[in-house]
Write a protein that binds this ligand. Structure first.
Ligand SMILES: [Mn+2]
Length: 282
């Protein structure tokens, strides 16, 4: 039977007692290369009972804050519709002082969350971990295509981009080189991660496009790009971000699950729980 809550039978909490709310958004209509990100949330939920819920690194059990998984947020293919639905859901959760965690779906699902956090928090930065700069103002006729999400993010708050290694020439005018940390530079000099963290502000929203990881560790994405960082490198950076700043929510998007290789699905679940462990270890 399909798993419907993050963590399965070991993580059973009611909505009222849960600080952490997981929102599955199985949306894939604007993907441009390999389709299948709509199956991402179900694959992450299916893998999640295999997690251990004590975290060795932080010595914590983040699930004790209560983790509640909402029913999947299903909309039609219109990206305006999913953006509005995510905005409304995340806004409602923030009003109740919950911690929202979005599971994509492709990157389009993040835009509603950017708008929701920006309407509540000042002194906010949107931190993007991604292989792609996603700075096109418009793609395939839509400002909400998954190739445009950071253009939309910039309308909400300052952005910081980490792990980037793929960009179109026409994105260059929109690229602020002082706030982009390219993968080849991070590979050559790991101390740049600390410099990136220095540029964040009091409140941070994190959007994790799983294609930020090298495809050798995360092959199940719709737009894989070679030359990315590994798991430890990214998680060490995230731990530092959670330690230093108030992270107000995050999303993990673009898992495009494989029929045969389940390790990436588990990795996506692990990343979510590891980030929660960092959040609640302070
Ligand atoms: Mn990407």
């Amino acid at each position: 039977m399909a798993v419907t809550n993050f963590g399965g039978d070991e993580v059973v909490y009611g909505y009222d007692e849960s600080e952490i709310i997981i929102i599955p958004v199985p949306y894939d209509a604007t993907s441009t290369y390999i389709k299948g990100a709509d199956k991402g949330p179900a694959a992450i939920l299916d893998a999640s009972p295999a997690l251990e819920f004590y975290d060795i690194e932080t010595g914590t059990e983040a699930h004790r804050k209560g983790i509640f998984t909402m029913p999947p947020l299903v909309t039609g293919p219109d990206p305006e519709e999913v953006t509005e639905a995510v905005f409304r859901t995340v806004s409602g959760l923030l009003a109740e002082k919950r911690f929202p965690v979005l599971m994509g779906g492709n990157h389009t699902v993040s835009v509603g969350a950017f708008r929701a956090v920006a309407s509540v928090f000042t002194n906010l930065t949107i931190l993007q971990l991604d292989a792609h700069s996603d700075l096109r103002p418009l793609y395939e006729g839509s400002p909400l295509n998954h190739a445009c999400v950071m253009s939309r993010a910039k309308e909400c708050a300052p952005v910081l981009q980490v792990g980037i290694r793929s960009m179109a020439y026409e994105e260059l005018p929109y690229a602020d080189s002082s706030r982009i940390f390219y993968a080849h530079e991070l590979w050559a000099d790991r101390s740049l991660y600390a410099r990136a963290a220095d540029l964040l502000t009091e409140n941070v929203y994190i959007t994790v496009d799983l294609d930020v990881f090298d495809p050798s560790v995360m092959p199940s994405t719709g737009t894989p790009e070679p030359g990315g960082p590994d798991y430890r490198e990214v998680m060490a950076f995230l731990r530092e971000v959670f330690r230093r700043y108030n992270v107000v929510g995050f999303d993990v998007v673009e898992l495009c699950p494989s029929e045969t290789n389940k390790a990436p699905d588990f990795m996506a679940a692990k990343i979510i729980y590891q980030m929660l462990s960092y959040k609640y270890s302070g």
